[in-house]
Design a protein around this ligand. Structure first.
Ligand code: CTP
Length: 225
């Protein structure tokens, strides 16, 4: 391994993709996250010399070159377990996953049938916030979150950074052209005391720029907290 790389010897955990919350053996609640941004960041981090663990929700993407470990999960609870285990000895955690906010209160092990009872009512319960849980640990890795916002991007992002006690937050504006599922994107990077716009570029170019910023801020802070 080359030691002139920005992240040589640094252990990074990245979660990516959606989570699927099963309702019964054939149905689930999901979302449209493709996982592309998280996978691009995993590739860029590995290229920068990091030892990358990629915790992936259900996505149709090949493991990027150089990624040391991939853990495939389906639900938010499974993702949480995999992430908490992986961050135990990690230096940096990057939460790109579109974790489902809710899961069904009670999974039905039998397929729910149409019938005289009419349409079922699904009771939902909130999923744990994986990012906030990692940020609340002591000691903890350098923690980077993502946010998708449609309006007041900077204000909402700053509020999220403070509330979840993050070291950095990458906010993207979602509209019909960019964000979820799109191939290019722009990011507003926010950290306590500053911000920077990473202009619109392909996800792989943005991932490289983001990884370079994360490496710089991580070093400036002096490593793991
Ligand atoms: N996240 C998480 N676990 C959850 C929900 C979100 O780890 N259960 C992480 C995401 O991976 C992302 C960040 O938190 O890094 C997004 O924060 P969130 O507050 O969920 O963002 P939005 O969905 O944009 O929230 P809001 O509905 O408040 O705008």
């Amino acid at each position: 391994m080359s030691h002139d790389k920005a992240l040589a010897g640094i252990r990074i955990v990245i979660d990516a993709g959606p989570t699927y919350e099963d309702i019964d053996p054939v149905r689930f609640l999901g979302n449209r996250s493709s996982g592309k941004m998280g996978f691009a960041i995993a590739e860029a981090a590995a290229q920068a010399g990091a030892e990358v663990t990629l915790v992936a929700g259900p996505v149709a993407l090949a493991t990027p070159a150089g990624v040391a470990r991939r853990v495939d999960v389906r639900s938010a609870l499974q993702m949480r377990d995999a992430v908490l285990r992986a961050v135990e000895d990690a230096d940096i955690f990057i939460a790109t996953a579109a974790v489902a906010d809710w899961r069904v209160a009670e999974y039905s092990s039998r397929k729910i049938k149409k019938g005289a009872a009419g349409a079922p009512v699904l009771e939902l319960v909130e999923n744990p916030d994986i990012l906030a849980e990692v940020a609340a640990r002591d000691p903890r890795p350098f923690v980077v979150g993502f946010a998708a916002e449609t309006d007041h991007v900077a204000e909402h992002a700053r509020e999220k950074l403070d509330r979840k006690k993050l070291d950095m937050l990458a906010a993207n504006r979602v509209d019909e052209h960019t964000g979820i599922g799109a191939d290019d994107n722009a990011l507003e990077l926010i950290w306590p005391g500053g911000s920077e716009t990473l202009p619109r570029a392909s996800k792989s170019e943005l991932a490289e720029a983001l990884v370079a910023r994360i490496a710089r801020h991580f070093r400036a802070r002096g490593g793991r907290a």
